[in-house]
Design a protein around this ligand. Structure first.
Ligand SMILES: [Zn+2]
Ligand SMILES: [Zn+2]
Ligand SMILES: [Zn+2]
Ligand SMILES: [Zn+2]
Length: 226
């Protein structure tokens, strides 16, 4: 996979930008947006410190997003955003891992005592990297980097700034674009990835097939997209 060549869309200006260039692009794009000429756009927003985060698949860096979240947003908000956008299939457990701490969606006295009510301002610092796991069985692992911080106004608790273009995955049999993935074969074979025609011949049957969606959870458990 051509890892460094992936591109994505800036949600602010619709530009198509390389993964490597997106952080710089967004810095300029966000700066333009907060100039006084466009202040009316953000009038109802509240002023405060805002983090710029990059989320990507831990072993699947072709899936990535840039987000902004205010300091007073909780880890829970970030968890639910990640679930909505990329992860949720059947309400599995999830957790964030920092160097020495874990914050879990379902804390328990014996294991993962901390819940996700901590605010980002308390647990994040610029330059830090931390991890998110969704589903402790068929786990989807994400890595999150804190790449920037600014003073500004923001509506709501999460703003999506940019997202990767869907990677083109070839059918493992004929090479055309795959639209289905077999949740059984995905563990063992490239033949799990199927175009429309080859899907009809696939030996595991239709029930095992999941749609190819733009998420690091593609093909896992029962994931069918947001
Ligand atoms: Zn832009
Ligand atoms: Zn599931
Ligand atoms: Zn095919
Ligand atoms: Zn199969």
């Amino acid at each position: 996979m051509a890892r460094t060549m992936t591109k994505g869309a800036c949600m602010l200006c619709n530009a198509n930008v390389s993964k490597a260039g997106m952080t710089k692009h967004l810095a300029a794009c966000v700066a333009k947006e907060i100039n006084p000429g466009r202040a009316s756009d953000t009038q109802k927003a509240t002023e405060g410190r805002i983090f710029h985060l990059i989320v990507e698949g831990r072993d699947q860096p072709q899936y990535w997003m840039h987000l902004e979240m205010p300091h007073d947003a909780t880890l829970k908000k970030l968890d639910s955003f990640l679930r909505d956008k990329w992860l949720e299939c059947c309400g599995h457990l999830s957790a964030f891992t920092f160097q020495n701490e874990r914050y879990a969606s379902h804390p328990s006295p014996d294991f993962d005592r901390r819940g996700m009510n901590a605010t980002l301002g308390k647990v994040l610092t610029q330059g830090m990297k931390f991890y998110h796991e969704y589903d402790f069985g068929t786990t989807t692992d994400l890595v999150i980097k804190v790449v920037g911080e600014r003073q500004g106004k923001m509506k709501g608790t999460v703003r999506l700034l940019a997202v990767n273009d869907p990677p083109l995955i070839p059918c493992g049999t004929c090479g055309k674009e795959a639209v289905h993935v077999c949740s059984e074969c995905v563990w063992s074979s490239d033949k799990a990835w199927l175009c429309e025609e080859c899907a009809e011949q696939h030996e595991c049957g239709e029930d095992m097939l999941l749609p190819v969606v733009n998420s690091p959870r593609v093909g896992m458990c029962g994931y069918t997209g947001p």
